[in-house]
Design a protein around this ligand. Structure first.
Ligand SMILES: Nc1ncnc2c1ncn2[C@@H]1O[C@H](COP(=O)(O)OP(=O)(O)O)[C@@H](O)[C@H]1O
Ligand SMILES: [Mg+2]
Length: 273
């Protein structure tokens, strides 16, 4: 991950306003090949808005987004998916009344071809089930039956299905917004193990998380977001949890010299320069 490596996904100067609320305030972003990048920040810092812009769910007012260096203009999540970017949103999007295989192929169902090669209306259920099972097995998600309804699954298993769907279709990057926020210790551990396996498969992952031990456990780099912008990128190998918390609250800042500095309370409050 040197300076010469081209980011898989990057953004410069993103801005998104909701009326007078500036959700994204000139944010930069870089995700490099093969890495797990954690995005941390206080509630309301604009983390979800940032990843929504990167995944086409929000159209920024200003700024550029690039995939492998190519300038892109995502208008919908489908646009981002076409570039191989899959997102697991914070407000979990699974359909509880459908089975696991149907959830995994929601919106991109496989259909059987007829003898002339044109598409029948009929769904290729067997093929989708086999594919869903293969992905779940590969990612080590233990589920008894692929035909089980999602509403009968535990929170962790549901999250597993959402993550597996992203991993199955993502060819460029997988983005996850607080995937363990609603989960217990065991289930969180399973999601972290999944992220590890996705990285092993060579796919970079963006993980938004509040959980510092999780972040320090799994991330290669940590993007610190504050007041709508990226304020620092640090490594869990060279920086401590306390330093990262200091950066995201504004008590500390990363200087031009690459060192961490304390910020005077008066400066933080905007009373002095
Ligand atoms: N759809 C929206 N309409 C109005 N305000 C929004 C909307 N989405 C986010 N915001 C506001 O933008 C800011 C950033 O929110 P968000 O991106 O969800 O932050 P985070 O994920 O870091 O908690 C907050 O002040 C939030 O209230
Ligand atoms: Mg959020």
């Amino acid at each position: 991950m040197t300076e010469q490596t081209q980011p898989t996904l990057s953004a410069r100067g993103l801005v998104k306003k909701y009326g007078r609320v500036v959700a994204i305030d000139g944010a930069d972003f870089d995700l490099y090949p093969g890495e797990v990048l954690a995005v941390v920040g206080d509630n309301g810092a604009g983390k979800s808005s940032l990843i929504k812009a990167l995944s086409g769910a929000v159209v920024p007012d200003e700024g550029q987004i690039r995939v492998d260096g190519e300038l892109v203009h995502f208008r919908t999540p489908l646009d981002a998916r076409k570039y191989g970017i899959e997102t697991v949103y914070q407000d979990l999007a699974v359909a509880p009344a459908l089975d696991i295989a149907s959830n995994m192929f929601l919106g991109r169902e496989k259909r059987r071809k007829d003898m002339f090669g044109s598409l029948f209306r009929k769904l290729d259920t067997a093929d989708m089930r086999a594919e869903a099972q293969r992905v779940l097995d590969e990612l080590g998600i233990g589920i008894k039956s692929i035909t089980q309804l999602v509403e009968t699954l535990s929170g962790g298993q549901r999250q597993g299905v959402a993550v597996a769907r992203a991993a199955a279709f993502g060819s460029k990057a997988v983005i996850m917004d607080e995937p363990t926020a609603a989960l217990g210790v065991t289930e969180s551990g399973q999601v972290l193990a999944l992220i590890d396996r996705i990285r092993e498969r060579g796919l970079p992952v963006v993980l938004i998380s509040h959980n510092m031990p999780h972040v320090f456990d799994i991330a290669d780099r940590i993007h610190v977001h504050r007041l709508g912008k990226r304020v620092a990128v640090v490594s869990p190998k060279t920086h401590t949890m306390n330093q990262v918390v200091g950066l995201l609250t504004g008590a500390l800042r990363l200087g031009e010299d690459g060192e961490i500095h304390e910020v005077e309370a008066a400066v933080r409050a905007g009373l002095a320069e």
